[in-house]
Design a protein. Sequence first.
Length: 278
Amino acid sequence: MSAASSRSGHALERRRQLRQERRQERLKQIWRVTVLAGSAGALGWGLLQQGWVVRDPDQIEVLGSRQVSRAQVIREGDLQLPLQLLTLQPKRLAQRLSAGLPVEQVQVNRLMLPPRLQISLVDREAVAQAQRRTRKGFEMGYVDRLGNWMTRRQQSAGAPAAAPTVMVLGWQERLRPSLSRVLAERDALGSPLLQVRFEPNGSLWLRTAALGDIHLGPTDDKLAKRLDVLRHLSSELPGQIKNLKLKSIDLSDPDQPELGLPAKPVPKAAKTPPPAAD
């Protein structure tokens, strides 16, 4: 073997050894990083498990509500102390609180420094009593300003208040937007609103103190116009019809309101005098 061939073989062997050493060094570095990352993760997890814990009711903050207390939140949310914040599911807790408390919105935040649970609420207020049909029969409850159904339990969970004077009959989820519009206008109808009634087919009736029963018809895109006509009639009609006992007012066609006047009494037939004696 020539000297040139020998030198070439030694160079190739040296390069192979260098590549192998570099490969081994990279594997060692990867192993070190993996071990350090795993140790740091385990340490961090342990610290969170031990430190991110709610141990006292004062670590539960309830914001935004004037009628729901911390004790009610703990009870309705079924929060057991000490509470591991990592295991808490904010969305599920918000759903439980929405179902059991008189609130429109619930937002749950887990905070670390210091560890605490922050619950922000927007109160719901019952603006009307309500009745709906269920598979078990009729159920009594309440509705809020948006027309959402409230159970008696939800209403009683809030601050004590006088029962609303408006009654909603025939509540249906699909008619909630129309109910919300009517309730938003209840103080601008020109006369106190006493009753909102939905027929099974969705036809809408109102009863006010001044005008009695008003048929508004279907809950379609003409509802706003019918309410405008009702406001006008409430300011114009009472003085003109105070001596008449209206059966109802039909505004299903807002361009042609119809007054349901009571039928005129049929006059009694005059008695026929007995025939004269012969």
